[in-house]
Design a protein around this ligand. Structure first.
Ligand SMILES: Cc1ncc(COP(=O)(O)O)c(C=O)c1O
Length: 382
């Protein structure tokens, strides 16, 4: 092999592995939660809650390679990753600037859990740097955003935000769950920290709950310390499954990108579809940003029907192949209404202001034959 670092598809299969003759090709599952220690020493103490058991370490090395990060940590859920990742950056008295276009759980964490800890949070319109700059305070320590955002699939231009964060000495944190590292690697665009719900594309099979934080080794160590005391670590089996899922990340996401583009194009041509939210469409407001910032437009899209909320509910009831379920990023095509799932805690008016009116359908496109998916959509809409 050449000295050139392996490409992403290769890293997804082999990243972080130290090859040795006689090793099993598939990493063994070490489900033990207890490891024998030398008497009279605490050195090298292993425990799943510390994030240092064999299956955790293996998948963490692979994830760091995929993100181009010094280190990565796997946690018990995406929310665990968000909570520990942000608490490792913020202290009482600090201020967080966060995009208002974020997953409902992140919004709750910031708006309801952080203020009682003495961490003030301002939610801002994330497009351009003006709004961020306007709300900047002397106590501001970090900026947080999602790209693409849940559920409206807006792509945030990293250029102005990277310049603002580095100029002001702020940590720039990006949740790139909707993209996966195949489509978007925030560290290459000036982010300091990347966070994922590994429950979604990274695992990709709707059978693991997990989260990831990646960044510098010293920062990831701080997150690990939070994970240890807040108890947000994953089980070894979840790490094993996640590592297995990662091996097919590149082929899954490549197919999902293609399927989503075909479905978005098909939906956009229909009179009974009022709006399609997908940055791969040339008419989408984020198309140019997505084209330069992302390697692919992703497998997530959303649409609104001309018949509004009643038509949306009728359509969801008619699907035969596509299923109504809240999560995303797996091999199965899934639709959901954010008003009932990810953004249920917001009022209808708040959702409408955030661009998520009732009747808004979010679609996580899977790896099925796209013709079958379009037939299901067509039969449902007919
Ligand atoms: C963008 C984003 N970040 C984080 C999370 C939280 O992840 P988890 O459900 O694994 O805790 C989600 C869940 O839907 C999400 O969509």
């Amino acid at each position: 092999m050449s000295d050139r670092p392996p490409r992403l598809a290769t890293l997804a299969v082999h990243g972080g592995r130290v090859p040795a003759t006689g090793d099993p090709v598939v990493a063994p599952l070490v489900q033990s939660v207890n490891f024998v220690e030398p008497v009279g020493s605490a050195e090298g103490l292993r425990y799943p809650r510390y994030g240092n058991v064999p299956n955790a370490e293996q998948v963490q090395r692979r994830l760091a390679a995929l993100e181009g990060a010094e280190a990565a940590l796997v946690l018990g859920s995406g929310m665990g990753a968000l909570a520990c990742g942000m608490l490792a950056l913020l202290r009482p008295g600090d201020h967080l600037l966060a995009s208002e276009w974020i997953y409902g759980g992140a919004r709750r964490l910031f708006a309801e859990e952080f203020p009682p800890l003495g961490i003030d949070v301002t939610l801002v319109d994330p497009t351009g740097s003006r709004e961020w700059r306007r709300h900047l305070r002397r106590e501001t320590r970090a900026m947080f955003l999602e790209s693409p955002s849940n559920p409206a699939c807006r792509v945030i231009d990293m250029g102005p935000l990277r310049r603002l964060a580095s100029g002001q000495g702020l940590a720039l944190v990006v949740d790139a769950t909707f993209a996966s590292p195949v489509n978007f690697r925030p560290l290459e665009h000036g982010a300091d920290v990347v966070i994922h719900s590994a429950t979604k594309y990274l695992n990709g099979h709707n059978d693991v709950l997990g989260g990831v934080v990646a960044g510098t080794a010293s920062y990831v160590e701080e997150v690990r310390q939070k994970m240890m005391v807040w108890g947000q670590a994953p089980d070894p089996f979840a790490c094993w499954l996640l590592e297995r899922g990662l091996k097919t990340l590149d082929v899954r996401v490549e197919r999902q990108n293609r399927n989503a583009m075909a479905i978005a194009t098909w939906l956009a041509a229909r009179a009974d579809v009022a709006t399609v939210h997908f940055a791969g469409l040339p008419a989408h407001p984020d198309h140019q940003v997505a084209k330069t910032q992302m390697a692919g437009f992703g497998g997530m899209l959303a649409f609104e029907l001309a018949g509004g909320a009643a038509a949306a509910e009728r359509l969801l009831k008619r699907f035969r192949l596509i299923r109504n379920a809240p999560s995303l990023g797996g091999v199965d095509t899934i639709v959901s209404e954010p008003r009932l799932t990810s953004h249920a805690h917001m009022t209808p008016a708040e959702r409408a202001a955030a661009g998520i009116p009732d009747g808004f359908i979010r679609m996580s496109v899977g790896i099925e034959a796209v013709e079958d998916l379009i037939e299901d959509l067509e039969a449902g809409l007919r």
